[in-house]
Design a protein around this ligand. Sequence first.
Ligand SMILES: Nc1ncnc2c1ncn2[C@@H]1O[C@H](COP(=O)(O)OP(=O)(O)OP(=O)(O)O)[C@@H](O)[C@H]1O
Ligand SMILES: [Mg+2]
Length: 233
Amino acid sequence: MTNAVYHDTVLFADRVSRVFQMPAGPVVAVRDLTLTITQGEHAAIRGPSGCGKSTLLHMLGCVDTPTSGRLLFDGHDVTTLGDRARSLLRLRQIGFVFQRFFLLPMLTAAENVELPQAEAGVPKAERARRTFELLDYVGLAPRAGHRPSQLSGGEMQRVAIARALANRPRLLLADEPTGELDQTTGEQVAALLDRVNADGTALVIVTHDPALAGRARRILTMRDGRIEHEATQ
Ligand SMILES: Nc1ncnc2c1ncn2[C@@H]1O[C@H](COP(=O)(O)OP(=O)(O)OP(=O)(O)O)[C@@H](O)[C@H]1O
Ligand SMILES: [Mg+2]
């Protein structure tokens, strides 16, 4: 019989390290770190500034490659994939949400949500349907035609979440998603992320915000490139 644990595993980081070679000497941002992310899980990563949280998230999101160790997505070793295969994996399986939203300023909310679908080859009619469904899901159907400059911070982040979900990823990664938002708006975004997770997407959030981290079932605390402590609640 196939191992059930294996089937549940979305992502397995196997002793990954990330060393940046700098003129003043190597910087070890993540060291020899092992981590399993399972289907539908809700995890938060905390830790002091500079401890390697964003670097780890970028590797989990296949935006950056470990300098040593392996990263398995769905059992496939991502570190040996070519650029195109890795981009496709990222496009189809992983959503990313950033502190500063990174919406494209010249595109409307709807066009921002549509773009990753176009890149993934989704036909136009299906894209339009899915875009409306997603903007409705994040409560922003009435803002579909607004450009980012015509949206509030919380609205921009909700569009960014809709965009991250465009191709129905199995894993959503968020780096300080409430870092730019006031408390009330941050709570709305946090509640939306909870709902995304409840609807079945694995969620890993890097945050300094104790209230946001407190919503996760699993809390990982990093220090100096390693996971120093792990708790489940
Ligand atoms: N591209 C890079 N080149 C060189 N060094 C880097 C690079 N990115 C990060 N670092 C270094 O790696 C370490 C970890 O950085 P990282 O951004 O992962 O920290 P962080 O935990 O996300 O911090 P913060 O909470 O401030 O966002 C830091 O010492 C940083 O200076
Ligand atoms: Mg960071």
